[in-house]
Every structure is written in C-alpha cells, then in structure tokens.
Write a protein that binds this ligand. Structure first.
Ligand code: ADP
Ligand code: MG
Length: 691
C-alpha cells in the first residue's frame, strides 16, 4: 500500500497548472506520467543574470538592463527583424525581434515607457543588441526575473522555461518526507534532508551547483541507490527463504576432474567452491559466474552438474544458440558419460521419434544432464527431478525464459554464466540480487593475441597477408561494423567486403549477418568451425562463446566505432588454441584522443575486467559497456561513475538494514518503505530476475 504522504507525488501530471491535453503528452515524454517525475527533472544548466548598464555590458552574457523605449523600426522586408531602439543613462541598446513577434509589441511596450529587459548581449556593428529578450517587463515587475534560472531539458513544443515552471510547481507540491537515512551517515556526509536536497537541485546558482558531487546531488543519488539495493537485498532474502534441495559434493565430480587433461585454475576452484557451498545450503542458489570468454566457466558448471547427478537428480544447461549448445554438449557429454552420467542434446532440430525418445529419457530420469537451447523449456518437456539450471550467456535470455526452464522442477538452483565483464564497482547495481563468482584468471598456456591498430589505407597489405596465412590453413574472422541506421546498408557493405576478399583470397570466404535466420547462421558458423570456410565476414553477430580453435586472426573494420568491451569480446573469438593469434584493429584516421586511448588499452591488456573498468572511465559509462543490455538500471539521480563510492556504501547499508530490520518495522524502517515507494523499486519490480 502506498503511503498517503506520497499521494501528491503520484498525482497525474495533468494536475499541474497549465498541463492540459496538448502539453501532457509532451511533458510525459520528457519526464513521466506523474508529478514525481516532473519534480525529478534535473536542470542541465543555469542562466545567471546580472543587473548592469549598457556601458558595462558584457558581450555573450545574459544580463538585465532598465531602459526607456525610444523608437520602433519596422522590417523593410519580410526576412528582416523588428528593431526597438532603447537607452539607459549610459548608452543605446537595440532589441531585435524576428518573425511574427513584431506585431503587437508597440502596443505592449509603447515609445516612452520604461522597461526591464533581460537577454544575451550581442554586438552588431557598433551597437549592442539583444535578440529576442527572455524578459521584457515594466520596472514594477522586475522581481519576476530570476537572478538564476535553471535550464531544463526541453522538447519540441515545450520550451525550457515552461518545463521549469512545471518542475517548480511539482517541487512546491513535494512534501517533507520522514528521514530514512541513518543520522550518523547524514552528519558525516553533510547531507541535507531529502526535500531540501530536491529544492537545491532545482535552484542552482552556478555551474558548480550542477555537479554530481554537490551534497544535494550525492544525497539524491544515495537515496536512489539505497532504494535499489534494498529491493535487490529483499529479493535475495526472499529467494534464500525458499528451501531447495541440499546437494552434497558427490564422488563423480572428483573422478571427472582427475581425468581432465588440465588442472582447474585457482579462480575456477573458487567458483566451484562457491557453487558447492550454495548447493549444500538447502536454500535456492542464484549464482552468476562472470568470466572472460575462454576462462573456463563450462567446466565449473559441468562439475556442479556431476554433483547433482551423484545425488540422483537432473541438470539442464541452456545456451542461446544451437551451435553453442552443440559445443557445450561435445565438451561435457564425454567426461560425464565416462563416469556414468548420461547426457543428451536437445535443440530445435530434434523432431519426431528422436525427440520423443529424448523427452522420455528426461521424464523417466534415465538421462541426468540435458544440454540444449530454447527447446529445453518447451511445454511438453518434463524432467523427472530437475534440480539445477545452468544458463550460458544469460543476458541473451529473457526473465520469462529463464523462469520457464526453472519451472521444470521444484526450487531449481540456478547458475547463470556471463562473458560480459562488469567492473566490480558496478557489479552491485547490475547483479545485486545475485551472488557473483568471478573467474578472473585464464587457464595457463594461452598465447596472448597480438593486437595491432592499422589505418584503413593499409587495407591492401592486410588483405595480401591474410591471403598468405589462409593459404597455409589459418582461419580468420573479418568484422564489418554496424554503422548506418539501416541494417540493409550495412549488409551491403559486408557483402561488398566479402566479394572483394573472395576475389583476392579465393572461394573460401563466408558471410554471416543479422538478416539471416538462426538456422542459416548456424550453418555458416558450423562450416567455419569445420574449417570449410577460411575467412568469415560478419556483421557483429559472431556468436559470443563459439569456439573455433583454428581461427587465429580477427580483423575488425572501423574499430574506432566499437566500444572497448565489444572489441574485447570480439578479440576473444581468437587465441583459443595454442597457436599464435592476431587481432587487427582497422581504423579510419585520424583517431580521436579517446579512440586512441581505447585502442591502446586493448593492445596493452587482455584482462576483461580491467578493460571494462577503463572503458567506464574513458566513456563515462552510459551505454558504453552495453550496460543497459546487461541490465543496468536507468537511474534518475545516480551516475555509475561519479557515484561509484556511493554504490558500495548503499550496498553495505542495505545489507545492514536487512540484518537488523528485515520487516521494516522500526521508525527508520517505516521511512524506508516510503523511500522504496518513492522510487517504486519494490522487490516485485521486474529487475533482472534470476531467481
Ligand atoms: P568459457 O565458457 O568461460 O568461455 P570454456 O569453459 O568454454 O570457457 O573453456 C574454454 C576452453 O578452455 C575449453 O576448451 C576448456 O576445455 C579449456 N579449459 C577450461 N579450464 C581449463 C584449465 N583450467 N586449464 C586449461 N584449459 C582449460
Ligand atoms: Mg562459454
């Protein structure tokens, strides 16, 4: 139930003065449907108005003058402006009005009247002028001209000044709310009350007041982050409260492990230990395993599935594409079946009698591990006793899809896997409701991918060299960027490149692009994996996680257009075997400074987490990392970079609150309920839902 105190904020925007049928849709687009959304609009700049005289006027500044109107000069041609000559004791000022504005000016501001005028001062020849003054008022109304005026985001049909009026009215309707922050923390940070912070946000008196580091901005950001962290902590707590089968480490996994041709890395060990602790706890696990491509996440999942099988229950491993599912199956079915754990592969290709037989084996429990695609959660698929779901490339699945797989059993444990490195500072905001294990160490013996930036004017050299190595049996990816608005245009460019490469290199050039169906893509990828294709030209759809050990060259055209994280992901397609690999970043010179830095960091390191952290710094977050796609919340006040320290603090605070007052019954607890309602971030909201 929404606390009554918030009712004014939850009123529709049409309750604001002047927001009628015409304005409402515009304002809603800009802010949102309720008064709160308008009160939360943030000014992006501020106009400061000094009162001055003509002789002391500063060109380019917005200033206020008191003048007398002397004469009107009509436009002599339609494209000419109206000019009003005016003066004060120190000089002459011309007011200029283009277009239709001229008509009724003279009646409103007759010759001889005194007026206070405000606007940006320009020089026109020898004269000073103001084009379209922002205020033109009789002196007795001078107080209406604000000395500082916050400038709000605007939209066609809704100028900043109007938006400001609405924002200030929404603010005026905003009640004082009970304090939900810890008193000691407030004192330490010097934070104003919430209402005061919001008021200060709307009353900047200079650029400094717009900084994300002002006390009011930090307070508002912290409130928002705390609301979000609390919501996630509650979800986590709810999940933990749900009992799930306790699964002990069995005797199969150690045998499989002993047979592996390698030893687990320390990071793999830690992840496996985390998973085993969760599985044994009798609470539902939701754990994300984050690790670069090739860091060895699959092995960890396989060993967990072996534990589940040792207890007599079933697991499912779901991948977003058929080819990935197939590769997983090839990797894990051998070691598993070797030790008495039967596994099947189930994809969209299974049809008829073959499929029916697989389904029977799952339903009867004869099969303990199912690897597959979306085919795994179709309605007629039933498990005898599904206890663990593993989702690879978890961001490629929707919440509903993950839940459908989990609903194939009772209280099914979840392992989600992701190769998108999220910087540690952001982990909490993106995955706060999951437990996270990071595999931040690569298996030994990998030769790092030699990475070079090459200007586009050396394309022919690159192609010639590619010809040589492909003739010797190497395989290469050639990535064409998505540059235009139209996929079709990009596709044309990729087709052209493929054709050109075919002429230089020979027929073994394939093309895969976003307009192909899943099956078509899979077929081309399979040919590439089988070595039938030497150079695979692709728009950026190269499947994450596809393992083509023989592919040793990655060429990326217009690399400067890609985000760092994306480049890193692409580069991760090669260097998977023991052979030397190369990544060529082709660019159109000249490079901007930030593009230069991005390409530099790639040459220097292969650590996905470090790269993600750098990307965050260089590009200022936002969507540079594909954060939205990976579930990064759309905050109003909090900025993932500027408020990084607050993210961690809010996470700590949320955990503490959940320990001390999980039901929110204390005085502070009650206030925290208001906070959550204010941001509408309750446990039930569709955040990244993994449990
Ligand atoms: P990810 O899913 O994290 O991209 P995979 O699990 O597919 O990585 O592992 C990539 C490759 O590395 C596989 O061929 C796998 O057998 C191998 N591998 C995994 N762990 C190790 C290890 N500790 N030492 C050597 N090779 C490993
Ligand atoms: Mg993988």
């Amino acid at each position: 139930m929404r606390p009554e105190i918030l009712f004014p904020l939850y009123a529709p925007i049409t309750s604001l003065k002047g927001v009628g049928a015409r304005v409402a849709p515009l304002l809603e687009k800009l802010a949102g449907p309720i008064v709160r959304d308008v009160a939360f609009l943030r000014p992006h700049s501020v106009i400061r108005r000094d009162r001055t005289s003509v002789v002391a006027a500063l060109e380019g500044a917005v200033q206020v003058f008191e003048v007398q109107i002397d004469a009107y000069k009509r436009p002599r041609a339609p494209q000419q402006p109206w000019r009003i000559e005016a003066h004060d004791d120190t000089g002459i000022l011309t007011l200029v009005f283009f277009g239709r504005f001229g008509g009724d000016l003279e009646a409103k501001h007759p010759v001889g009247s005194r007026r206070v005028v405000s606007g940006k001062v320009e020089r026109f020849g020898l004269n000073l002028q103001i084009a379209h003054p922002d205020y033109l008022l009789p002196p007795e109304r001078a107080a209406e001209i604000p000395a500082f005026e916050a400038v709000y985001p605007a939209t066609a049909g809704l100028p900043p000044r109007t938006v400001r009026k609405f924002a200030l009215e929404a603010l005026a309707r905003t009640p004082d709310l009970p304090e939900w922050q810890d008193a000691a923390w407030l004192a330490r940070e010097g934070f104003p009350s919430w209402r005061e912070a919001l008021a200060q946000m709307h009353a900047p008196e200079g650029e400094a007041d717009l900084s994300p580091q002002t006390r009011h901005a930090r307070r508002l950001a912290f409130d928002e982050l705390l609301a979000h962290q609390l919501a996630m902590a509650q979800r986590k707590a709810d999940r933990r409260a749900a009992p799930a089968p306790a699964i002990a480490a069995g005797d199969i996994a150690p045998k499989i492990q002993a047979d592996l041709p390698f030893k687990l890395t320390g990071a793999q060990h830690r992840a496996l230990t985390d998973v085993r602790r969760d599985l044994a706890a009798g609470e539902k696990m939701s754990r994300l395993i984050q690790g670069d491509v090739g860091s060895g996440k699959t092995v960890v999942a396989m060993l967990a599935m072996a534990d589940v099988a040792a207890g007599g229950a079933q697991s499912a491993l779901m991948a977003p594409t058929e080819i990935l599912a197939r590769q997983h199956f090839e990797t894990i079915s051998g070691p598993l079946s070797e030790h008495g754990v039967p596994a099947i592969l189930l994809t969209g290709r299974d049809k008829g009698a073959g499929r029916a037989e697989k389904l029977r084996a799952l339903a009867s429990g004869a099969v303990k591990v199912a690897v597959g695609t979306h085919a795994l959660f179709q309605d007629d698929v039933a498990f005898q006793n599904l206890q663990l779901a593993v989702i690879d490339e978890q961001h490629r699945f929707g919440v509903a899809e993950r839940q459908r797989l989990q609903s194939k059993g009772e209280a099914v444990h979840l392992i989600a896997m992701s190769a998108t490195p999220i910087p540690r500072t952001l982990e909490l905001t993106v995955y706060g409701d999951l437990d996270v294990s990071r595999i931040d160490e690569k298996p030994p013996g990998r030769t790092p991918v030699a990475t070079r930036a090459v200007p586009m004017n050396r394309l022919e050299e690159v192609e010639a060299r590619l010809h040589q190595v492909v003739a010797q049996g190497a395989q290469a990816f050639w990535i064409c960027p998505l540059v235009s608005e139209s996929e079709l245009v990009d596709l044309k460019a990729a087709e052209k490149r493929a054709e050109e490469l075919r002429q230089r290199i020979g027929p073994s050039v394939g093309l895969v692009h976003g307009k192909m169906t899943g099956a078509e893509k899979d077929a081309v990828m399979a040919d590439f994996a089988d070595g039938k294709i030497g150079v695979l030209v692709a728009t950026t759809v190269v499947e994450v996680g596809v393992n083509v050990p023989n592919a040793t060259i990655m060429v990326i055209e217009q690399a400067e257009r890609f985000g760092l994280a994306q480049l890193h992901q692409l580069r991760g397609r090669v260097g998977r075997g023991s052979r030397e690999s190369a990544c060529l970043l082709l660019y159109d010179p000249p490079l901007s400074e930030s593009a230069q830095k991005r390409l530099d960091i790639l040459r220097k390191t292969d650590d996905g987490f470090l790269i993600a952290e750098t990307d965050l710094e260089l590009r200022g977050g936002g969507d540079a990392l594909g954060l939205r796609q990976s579930g990064f919340p759309a905050y109003v006040f909090a900025d993932p970079i500027a408020h990084r320290d607050l993210i961690a603090a809010a996470g700590d605070d949320a955990r503490l609150i959940m320990q001390r007052d999980p039901e929110f019954v204390s005085e502070r607890g009650k206030a925290l309920r208001v906070l959550q309602e204010l941001f509408d971030w309750r446990p039930a909201s569709p955040l990244k839902d993994a449990g």
